[in-house]
Design a protein around this ligand. Sequence first.
Ligand code: TXA
Ligand code: MG
Length: 338
Amino acid sequence: MITKCLPVEEDAIQFASRLLRDGQVVAFPTETVYGLGADALNESAVRAIFAAKERPADNPLIVHVAEESHLDGLCQVTETAIKLMRAFWPGPLTMLLMKTSRVPDVTTAGLPSVAVRCPNHPAALRLLRECKLPIAAPSANRSGRPSPTTAQHVYEDMQGRIPLILDGGSCQVGVESTVVDLTGGVPCVLRPGAVTPEMIAAVAGECTVAPSVMRPLKEGEHAPSPGMKHRHYAPKAKMTLFVGEDEKVAAEMARRYDETDNAVILCHTGLIPLFGDRRVYPLGDSPMESAHVLFQRLREMDELGVSLILAQGWETRGEGLAVMNRMARAAAFDIVQV
Ligand code: TXA
Ligand code: MG
């Protein structure tokens, strides 16, 4: 199959919409990462997503809609859900709600709940309105690779597997949406993202965070979200994370760098001058800036073939939680508090 890559112009959106209505798979940009979309209510179309991604069938997909009213008939919308949608949609917040029988089991991997989200990206919204379908879309990487934040990343992973990639440039947020479970009493964040637990609590009254967000699952522990139990993206190189006061972190990273062959440093941009002529790449100067470049950097490190990645982390509060959750997993939770 030839994979076309087209800028998000009107003709391309209409072409994408025809493909989706025909049960095919199309990659499209969102504000978080690129998605690999197909008709969420068409079983064979959804199976084609799992096949293109080589995704385990027990890992459910997020259903994307253009507005609140498009959830009618798909799930039981709770009062808390309505409050959160009004506060954060369109935006990087995915909610777990009880599904109806219209949503096929393949889409939710047999779970009674369905994940729903309205992306804040003009091309994604335009496409959802044009095709008039709820679109199931996981991140558009092959399983085990970092989520794609440019059309080029999608092409690297999906070339020959899907007919079309809509190119909307680089994704603004850079890490996947917050996943919050609304099927129990208190909203519970299963995957942190740009909408923080603090922001959810401010609207919903309270919000908890699943313990496994910042530590590995224990042997035999039930994964509240199937995505947590699958091996997450790990760079080819070993990766160690450093947190603490800037100068101390820089000194410790430099020391480890000097005692290792072929190491590389990823640090907050402002710290770069502290490393002299060592090999160093910027991670921005805020958690959100780090989130924006993280997956790109990890792909670059794989290409460079380094043996050790020494990366500077963030506090796991507020916006720091989302990027640290991804960094900690990439580092197999090897975190040094300096
Ligand atoms: O930002 C995003 O959320 C991107 C863009 C494309 O929208 N999508 C994305 O999808 O990251 P994916 O499939 O890569 O991650 C979805 C996560 C997985 O960890 C999955 O296990 C979890 O959400 N999930 C989906 N449905 C669920 C359900 N019913 N119950 C529990 N977890 C669910
Ligand atoms: Mg994913």
